[in-house]
Design a protein around this ligand. Structure first.
Ligand SMILES: [Zn+2]
Length: 325
C-alpha cells in the first residue's frame, strides 16, 4: 500500500482525545486509496483536521480514518443546525420560520410527487431530528409518522405525536414490511454503516414502498467553486461524499432500483452558495445571529439564478428508489 491514511492523519496533529479508526471503502471494501482533501468543521468552527480519501479501486470518496462513534458525538451538540429549536431572531424571526417551514414544504413536494401520501400512509423519517417534517406531513396528509434519530427531540412542540425510536436505525425494533415511505434527508452522508442502513430500509419497506434519499452532490457546481471549503465536506460529520455515479451505484448494488434521479433536493442550494463563500473568504465558524441579515439579502440578490436551481446542479441530489425483486 503506497498511501497510508493513518500515517497521513498523524501529520495533521489533532487533539489527543480524538480516537480514529481505519475504514475500508464502504462500496467495494478495498483499503487502497489516495488523498482527496483535508476538511474541517467549518459550520461550527470546532477544532480538528479530517482526511478524505478516494478509493483506488472504485473512486468512492470517504473519510478515512474516521473518529470512532464515541468521538463523533461531541460534533452533534444541541447547536447542531439540524436539531434546531424555535428561536428568536428579532425582526427576522418570521422570515427565518418561513424559510425553515419552506424546507419541510419542499420535502413534502418531492415526496408527494413520487409516492402516494394519504391517511393510510406509514411514513418513516430516518435522522428526523426535531421532527418538523413528520409533523408537517401528519398535519397536511394525515399519515402515520415514525422517526429515528440518535438524539431525542429536545422537547420540540408536538414531538410526542411521532412514534420515535432513539438510536441507530438498523438496531431499532421496527416491524418488517410495514412502511410505505422511508425518507433520509441528509442522513445517509453521515452514516457509519450505510450498507446496513440500506438493508434495514429494505426490510422495513413494504413490497411497493419507496426509499427517498437526499445527499450533497460532490460533482456539483458549488464543490467546483469551493473545493475543500465546500459546505458538503462538513467534517468530521460527513463520512461519504457522493458523486452522482457512486450514489446510484451504491443503491443499485444493495437491493434498490433508482426510479428517479434529481440533481437538486429540498435543501436550499443557496445555503451552500452562501456558506461556501463565507468559509472561503471569512473563515470557519458560522454565527447565525451575525449572518442572518446578509444571508437573506444575498438570497434576494441571487433570485434570478436560484430560479434555475433545479437545472444548474448547484449542490444537492435526491433519488426515489424501489426495492429490487
Ligand atoms: Zn471502493
Amino acid at each position: 500500500m503506497s498511501f497510508d491514511p493513518i500515517q497521513r492523519m498523524q501529520e495533521l496533529k489533532n487533539p489527543g482525545r480524538f480516537q480514529f479508526e481505519r475504514v475500508k471503502c464502504y462500496s467495494c471494501g478495498s483499503e487502497d486509496c489516495s488523498e482527496f482533501l483535508i476538511g474541517e468543521d467549518d459550520l461550527t468552527g470546532k477544532e480538528g483536521l479530517f482526511l478524505y480519501v478516494k478509493c483506488t479501486a472504485c473512486d468512492l470518496v470517504y473519510q478515512n480514518p474516521r473518529l470512532n462513534i464515541e468521538g463523533i458525538k461531541e460534533f452533534y451538540d444541541s447547536e447542531y443546525i439540524a436539531h434546531r429549536k424555535k428561536k428568536n431572531w428579532g425582526i427576522l424571526t418570521p422570515l427565518f420560520e418561513w424559510t425553515m417551514n419552506k424546507h419541510d414544504r419542499e420535502k413534502d413536494k418531492l415526496v408527494s410527487k413520487y409516492a402516494r401520501v394519504n391517511e393510510g400512509t406509514e411514513l418513516l423519517d430516518v435522522g428526523c431530528a426535531v421532527g418538523t417534517f413528520l409533523l408537517h406531513m401528519n398535519k397536511k396528509h394525515g399519515c402515520s409518522i415514525h422517526g429515528v434519530d440518535f438524539k431525542d427531540g429536545l422537547n420540540y412542540p408536538g414531538f410526542e405525536k411521532i412514534n420515535f425510536y432513539e438510536g441507530l436505525f438498523y438496531e431499532q425494533p421496527i416491524q418488517e414490511n410495514s412502511k410505505d415511505i422511508v425518507t433520509m434527508w441528509h442522513f445517509f452522508e453521515h452514516d457509519y454503516d450505510p450498507i446496513r442502513s440500506l438493508e434495514m430500509a429494505k426490510k422495513v419497506l413494504k413490497e411497493d414502498g419507496k426509499l427517498i434519499i437526499e445527499v450533497p452532490r460532490l460533482d456539483s457546481l458549488t464543490f467546483k467553486l469551493y473545493g475543500k471549503k465546500w459546505p458538503g465536506v462538513q467534517a468530521p460529520q460527513h463520512t461519504i461524499l457522493f458523486s452522482k455515479k457512486k450514489f446510484i451505484e451504491l443503491l443499485e448494488a444493495n437491493g434498490f432500483v433508482v426510479e428517479k434521479y434529481m440533481p437538486y433536493g429540498a435543501f436550499p442550494a443557496y445555503f451552500y452558495i452562501f456558506t461556501g463563500a463565507y468559509f472561503k473568504l471569512l473563515g470557519k465558524g458560522l454565527n447565525l445571529d451575525k449572518i442572518i441579515f446578509p444571508y437573506f439579502l444575498g438570497q434576494l440578490l441571487l433570485t434570478p439564478v436560484l430560479l434555475f436551481s433545479r437545472v444548474l446542479n448547484l449542490s444537492m441530489q435526491t433519488v426515489v428508489c424501489t426495492k429490487k425483486n
